[in-house]
Design a protein around this ligand. Structure first.
Ligand code: ASN
Length: 331
């Protein structure tokens, strides 16, 4: 029987009863709860549990990603697969971060959680947990999110619903598997290659700016560009932004680039890819030296930059690597 490590990090799935109490289940109670409420899990795999932290996922940051990635790497040989229980709010960020931190994995690393606490009668935790443990026993060498009968590549997924059981989507990449009467594995699962590599230095010297009509560029004067090595602009449509009148953003973009702050343009539209050659504003940005995030999610764009900025001190390597498909995040 396959050996799976179930790692608890918190989220709603780790709450007892009321949501206002935060993740509370203590480690012993947690294993008991699983054994009592889902005894059939032991028919699927030999499961060991570990509680790394117990956080609402809004409190998860790069230090947790480093600890998680290192912990998995240390225990990599002992298990056939890993399931991480995590809050849904930032699950796509953690999944993306792990996909960069742990490259060339040959085993499944599956993140899951729930919209309703495990202890509630109508919880989705049971189904998500059973599905995830089963997926962790399969030939799925990916960091993936398993939720509501779908398995998504982690760095392609995004949270789309607060109240629905169908909380995730993967706008620019089809699901890796669908779980119904049978498990339907799709052909586009990544093929394992090379040795496992661990890299856990995530930089925080970046900033995300979401554009909106009427944004006053004067506000941007205050941004501490000396501490911002990369500025991600979540622009409109195919990568557009204001270029007329007093809301013209080009002078600010020029200031960023002359200050050696990389400029990366992503989109507020979830589907399809940024194309800076489509419209006038994008072409101006291209001429200045801005990069396109193409069809990457904002979560993947940010965590990829955190990973690259943490790893490479020089902007040239970061720029080159950013445009490459490192872990299946980019088409
Ligand atoms: N606030 C929770 C979290 O992300 C939401 C959840 O897990 N459903 O930790």
């Amino acid at each position: 029987m396959k050996k799976i490590l179930l790692i608890q990090t918190g989220g709603t799935i780790a709450m007892e009863g009321q949501k206002d109490s935060g993740p509370t289940i203590n480690p012993t109670k947690w294993s008991d709860l699983i054994n009592q409420t889902i005894p059939e899990l032991s028919e699927i795999a030999n499961i060991e549990t570990e509680r790394l932290f117990l956080e609402d996922s809004s409190d998860i940051n790069r230090r947790h990603w480093t600890e998680l990635a290192s912990y998995i790497q240390q225990h990599y040989e002992q298990y056939n697969g890993f399931v991480i229980l995590h809050g849904t709010d930032t699950m796509a960020y953690t999944a993306s971060a792990l996909s960069f931190a742990l490259q060339n994995i040959q085993k499944p690393i599956i993140l899951t959680g729930s919209q309703v606490p495990m202890s509630s009668i109508r919880s989705d935790a049971r189904r998500n947990l059973i599905n995830s443990i089963e997926m962790a026993t399969m030939n799925l060498p990916e960091v993936a999110i398993c939720f509501n009968d779908y398995v998504y590549r982690g760095n392609r997924a995004t949270k789309i619903s607060i109240g629905d059981f169908d909380a995730f989507s993967s706008p620019n990449y089809p699901p890796l598997a669908e779980i119904g009467l049978h498990i339907e594995m799709k052909p586009h699962v990544r093929a394992p290659s090379g040795e496992l590599s661990l890299s856990t230095q995530f930089s925080d010297q970046l900033f995300l700016l979401k554009l909106y009509p009427n944004l006053d560029p004067a506000f941007l004067q205050e941004l501490p560009l000396d501490n911002i090595r990369a500025l991600v602009i979540e622009a409109f449509g195919s990568g557009n932004f204001p270029i007329r009148g007093d809301q013209n953003l080009l002078p600010f973009f020029e200031r960023c680039l002359s200050n050696d702050t990389m400029l990366i343009i992503t989109s507020q539209a979830a589907y399809d890819a940024v194309d800076l050659s489509n419209y006038k504003s994008g072409r101006h940005a291209l001429e200045l030296g801005a990069l396109s995030a193409e069809d990457m999610t904002t979560e993947a764009t940010l965590t990829k930059l955190m990973y690259l900025l943490g790893k490479h001190p020089d902007a040239e390597t970061v720029t080159q690597q950013f445009q490459k498909n490192l872990a299946g995040e980019l088409t």
